[in-house]
Design a protein. Structure first.
Length: 526
């Protein structure tokens, strides 16, 4: 008689407990190919179309976008690690910048930073499509065809995910690798392959790709694998160790290559500073930085656009915890572990560390998958609930779906109906009206990077006596950046200069409020 597998042994303990998920079959029914592939193609097309529409105008430039675009250009020019004004940039691994350098070989970059940034936004879209299909495949395995379609459709329309995919941010590519690794791991947990060691190596390699694009991904890949290895209840201990150690080995290899290249000191300085920021010992950016808006305040102010996304993250996090402690099978526990790890990482950063809003993407993807799986169990009455709650399950799931799709559909229409590109328009105005070599004072790094490749000379706004020695003809201000404390220049200092200048351009956008260009008739008056 065949010995029970890890999957079979573990599955027998996941029934007959309060709030436990159950199932009426061992696996979701197979889907006919003549139905599956048209649906997959339709989902892929919808994900791309919803993002391509308004790619350059739906979201104004975020500070990291021109910087990451510049880092990709540096790698394309042969610099590895990339150079930031001549200094090696080692805060993040080079994976994303390598991808950018390859993309630059197939798109018409021209050195204009804003033009090239939009092309780098286009690079994000294949990763977004791939993530949607990976999400579809993961939920298909754990819950069936209809829940997989619903999950992918929510991904396609979710307002926060759309913004994340619509900017040049590292997390879009990182999470695509993470999702691919977990989909392969679930295949391993379900015993659907005979080449188990080879599949475990594949999982570890995908996790390594994620870590080499953004190293904090180790907290939602290697760390959960280490937990699985200790418990040895979902996959074999040796397989979990392989999946955990490959990304660690890959990162150590990267670090040693930097040491061998003479960058050891710079790497140590960058990583100790980054680790201090992560732990909250040295917070200079994000919502916990001194003088910046609180996370709660920002979430509330953006609820009209991203309320559906925040609701999804909250419900999905609870669903992930349920999958961790009351799964119907070991594969669901893997998703629960991933969601919980992402929630712990995000929660700690939000409370104590450096938390930037795009970090939420690490949590929203597993939360979305977990919510789809638990929602499917509720709909099928495959969860041990009191009779009254069981009767209300379908209406609750249906209402939640209507609310989520409705809020996100309205948000998509609003973001596309009114362009949010005030900063881009201000920079373009300067390019059109200021002669090459004109000095332009800036109050934030977004403007400094935005002026690169324009032929204009960017000058940091300083005290009046210092500006008198290096007078600028124009000054660019971003209202929200200054008022929210993200500018090095105080409101009073900026006002001193603007009161002695003439406003020649102004445009109001969602991201930065009024973006204005001021001209001084007599630079010596500064």
């Amino acid at each position: 008689m065949k010995a029970p597998s890890v999957y079979d042994r573990e599955r027998t303990s996941f029934v007959s407990r309060p709030w436990a998920l159950t199932t009426r079959r061992d696996a979701p029914r197979p889907v006919a190919r003549n139905l599956l592939w048209p649906v997959v193609a339709t989902l892929a097309a919808a994900v791309f179309a919803l993002r391509f529409t308004g790619l350059g105008t739906a979201y104004d430039a975020f500070i990291d976008e021109p910087f990451y675009t510049q880092m990709g250009a540096s790698v394309a020019a042969g610099h590895l690690p990339p150079l930031n004004f001549g200094t090696p940039f080692l805060l993040h691994p080079p994976g994303f910048f390598l991808l950018e350098s390859l993309w630059r070989e197939v798109v018409p970059v021209d050195g204009d930073l804003y033009h090239d940034m939009i092309l780098m936004r286009l690079m994000q879209q294949p990763f977004a499509v791939a993530t949607a299909l990976l999400l579809f495949g993961l939920v298909l395995r754990l819950a069936g065809f209809v829940p997989a379609v619903v999950a992918a459709a929510l991904f396609a329309l979710d307002a926060f995910i759309l913004r994340q995919n619509g900017r040049v941010l590292i997390e879009t590519a990182t999470v695509a690798f993470v999702m691919a690794g977990y989909l392969l791991l679930i295949r391993l947990a379900e015993g659907r392959t005979r080449r188990r060691t080879l599949v475990a190596v594949g999982v570890g390699s995908l996790f390594a790709a994620a870590v080499l694009t953004k190293d904090m991904a180790l907290l939602i890949t290697g760390a959960p694998m280490a937990v699985i290895a200790v418990r040895s209840s979902v996959v074999r201990r040796s397989e979990a160790l392989i999946a955990a150690l490959i990304p660690v080995a890959a990162y150590l290899t990267y670090a040693l290559s930097l040491v061998a290249g003479g960058y050891g000191g710079a790497f140590w300085s960058a990583k100790t500073s980054g680790f201090a920021r992560l732990l909250g010992a040295h917070v200079v950016t994000g919502f916990n930085a001194p003088g910046t808006p609180s996370l709660a305040g920002v979430l509330w102010s953006q609820a009209s656009f991203y309320g559906g996304s925040y609701l999804l993250v909250g419900l999905g996090t609870l669903a992930g915890l349920l999958l961790l402690v009351r799964p119907a099978n070991p594969a669901q526990r893997i998703l629960g572990l991933c969601t919980t790890a992402a929630a712990l990482m995000t929660g700690y950063n939000g409370l104590f560390g450096t938390f930037e809003e795009h970090f939420l993407y690490f949590l929203e993807l597993p939360a979305l998958a977990a919510l789809a799986v638990v929602g499917a169990h509720l709909w099928r009455h495959e969860i041990t609930l009191p009779p009254r709650l069981t009767a209300a399950a379908k209406p609750v799931v249906a209402t939640a779906l209507v609310v989520l799709f409705g809020l996100n559909a309205v948000s998509w229409e609003r973001t596309r109906a009114t362009p949010d590109n005030a900063h881009q328009l201000a920079v373009q105005w300067l390019k059109d009206h200021a002669p090459a070599g004109t000095k332009v004072a800036w109050t934030d790094e977004l403007t400094e990077y935005g002026l690169q490749g324009s032929g204009l000379v960017a000058v940091r706004l300083d005290k009046p006596d210092r500006m008198a020695r290096e007078p600028a003809t124009y000054l660019v201000t971003c209202e929200k950046i200054i008022d929210q404390g993200y500018s090095f220049a105080s409101r009073s200092r900026v006002d001193w200069f603007t009161h002695r200048s003439t406003k020649v351009f102004s445009h109001v956008g969602r991201s930065y409020g009024e973006v204005a260009v001021y001209r001084t008739a007599d630079p010596d008056s500064w």
